[in-house]
Write a protein that binds this ligand. Structure first.
Ligand code: ATP
Ligand code: MG
Length: 557
């Protein structure tokens, strides 16, 4: 799937082809797109695809992109979401031309509805939603006309105004388009345009107690904004006929709708409704929990805007729904951070090593490059002392043949410092190695090595006296099954109970200067980012990704 899409990436995707043709034919001289989130949750990785597509089009072709909040549902929407959406789009590297709200068009939409009523194209229906559903028919059977369908224009105008004035309770009446109850497209069987909802709206307050339905707001908002290419996801394909019908009947600017496939990521859910449940029921710490597939969660986890844009480019734009491997997203962030992240040494599971021939109480400064991929970042100082920590897994009492790390009698290089040789080790009563005794080789210091000794293994390490303790949060997939929505029962039954491990790491002192949100490569351990929970003297790091794809390796076995 990914390879197929990669081909599309090099040439134009199918929506870009449509736009290019429209510009070449002179149909448009510039295009207008919009990103239309409903402010009822935080943006997730699926939205990132839509953002890259909509904003990407007007970067590539003449025109601009608006941000339009599709805020026609007063109950679930909130200003907190509006702010988070704006922050996330800007963080992704995009800027909109106009910030717009569907709710700003409530007066215009009301007038549109009145004009439909006046021309006999809409009517007030007193049926309950059950009664409406009962007459709707099925895909193979036509529906039946509502008993209220033939009300006079005058009566409809009065009733609709009363609806607006708050004379009726919720759910007691609707305004419906008068199209065709036998239409093969079920959405054309007199769709509901307005419903009564006595609820406070986050922007219009108590002004309205009737709210337009999606179908009677979206296309009309597009038209008011002269959107040329209105891009949405595939599930809206059957709505296109109604979209076109309403625009034609109202005789307003002819925006056109195009559909592309939703993007789903494995081992997670991309539905705001489900993500909201995870937050409300405290399965995660919030919308920006680093395990969440939200843009704010990915940011806190250490993903970069570049890596997310690269991911969206690579998966491209498809006409069929498919599941994208989260491994691709991780690949993209490794690619990006490899170029940018400063290298640091942090021991996650310490074993003490005593360099017996190094004087007690003495500190020698070693140097190592901040990032070998970017020499402009220079070197940093690393203190070397008699007692250091290495990873437990970097010592083996009886090594296998291919083990090039530390073992009795064996030599390794300490990154940026000396070659050491293991002379002895100490075990506790459980047989666990608690201390390793080594001697360093004189004249073997990195960059000044005149010994000619060749060692195969290089280990990361920290001086025990200088080590800074840091809380390290190790994350795994939030769900333990690949395709969460295809599983039976409650999706929350599939939450991975092992998705967070908190350990204490021993960091080299240079990490005391880390800034919040700054990413590092912890040598041999992965990419990590300084978390916002950090306090002066209490560092917290999130692991963004390991250096290699452990999941792919596990799958091969
Ligand atoms: P959710 O089901 O998560 O609530 P939504 O489609 O209701 O998603 P909106 O706020 O209405 O969320 O979406 C804004 C835009 O982002 C829409 O154009 C929508 O089609 C697009 N979008 C949402 N989810 C995805 C996805 N998984 N892949 C691609 N585009 C998406
Ligand atoms: Mg929606």
């Amino acid at each position: 799937m990914i390879t197929e899409d990669k081909k599309e990436e090099k040439s134009l995707n199918f929506i870009e082809e449509i736009v290019e043709a429209d510009l070449q034919s002179g149909k448009y001289t510039q295009i207008v797109t919009r990103f239309p989130p409903e402010p009822n949750g935080y943006l997730h990785i699926g939205h990132a695809s839509s953002i890259c597509l909509n904003f990407g089009l007007t970067k590539k072709f003449p025109g601009y992109t608006n941000l339009r909040f599709d805020d026609t549902n007063p109950v679930t929407e909130d200003t907190e979401y509006v702010e988070s959406i704006k922050r996330d789009i800007r963080w992704m590297g995009f800027e909109w031309k106009h910030e717009l709200y569907a709710s700003d068009y409530f007066d215009t939409l009301y007038d549109f509805a009145v004009s439909l009523i006046q021309r006999g194209l809409a009517y007030v229906d007193d049926s309950t939603s059950e009664e409406i559903a009962a007459l709707k028919g099925t895909p193979t059977e036509p529906g039946k006309d509502s008993p209220y369908r033939d009300r006079s224009v005058e009566e409809n105008l009065v009733l609709f105004e009363q609806m607006r004035n708050g004379d009726f309770p919720d759910g007691s009446r609707t305004l419906r388009a008068k199209i065709d109850m036998a239409h093969i497209n079920m959405l054309m069987r007199d769709p509901i345009l307005y419903r009564i909802k006595h609820a406070k709206h986050h922007r219009t307050g108590e002004k309205w107690c009737i709210y337009p339905m999606y179908d009677f707001a979206h296309g009309q908002s597009d038209s008011i904004e002269t959107v040329t290419h209105s891009i949405c996801t595939l599930e809206f394909a059957p709505h296109r006929e109604l979209y076109d019908w309403l625009i034609a009947q109202l005789n307003i600017y002819p925006s056109h709708q195009y559909e592309f496939a939703r993007r789903n990521l494995n081992y997670t859910v991309t539905s705001k409704r489900k993500l909201l449940q995870l937050v409300q029921e405290k399965h995660v710490s919030g919308w920006d929990d680093p395990r969440m597939p939200t843009i704010s969660g990915l940011r806190r986890r250490g993903f970069t805007p570049e890596s997310i844009r690269d991911f969206c480019d690579r998966i491209g734009v498809a006409r069929r729904e498919n599941m994208i491997d989260v491994g691709l997203l991780e690949f993209c962030v490794r690619e990006d951070l490899n170029k940018k992240a400063l290298r640091r040494m942090v021991v996650l599971d310490p074993l003490k090593v005593i360099i017996t021939n190094f004087p007690e109480g003495e500190t020698e400064m070693c140097h190592s490059e901040n990032n070998p991929e970017d020499v402009s970042t220079g070197n940093r100082e690393i203190p070397f002392t008699r007692e250091i920590y290495i990873e437990k897994e970097d010592f083996m009492e009886t090594p296998s043949k291919k083990y090039f790390r530390l073992a009795p009698g064996k030599m390794v290089r300490l990154k940026g410092a000396y070659i050491i040789q293991c002379d002895d080790f100490v075990k506790d009563e459980n047989g666990e190695v608690t201390e390793v005794h080594c001697s360093y080789v004189e004249n073997s210091k990195s960059g000044h090595d005149t010994t000619g000794i060749h060692v195969k293994g290089t280990l990361h390490w920290v001086s025990a006296a200088h080590a800074v303790k840091a809380e390290i949060r190790l994350y795994d997939r939030l769900f333990s099954v690949e395709d969460v929505s295809s599983e039976e029962g409650d999706f929350k039954d599939y939450i991975n109970p092992e998705s967070l491990h908190v350990i204490t790491g021993y960091a080299e002192p240079a990490l005391l200067d880390a800034e919040e949100g700054q990413s590092f490569q912890f040598l041999r351990k992965g990419y990590f980012v300084k978390d916002s929970d950090s306090q002066p003297g209490a560092l917290v790091f999130n692991r963004t990704v390991t250096l290699r794809d452990n999941w792919a390796k596990a799958a091969e076995k």
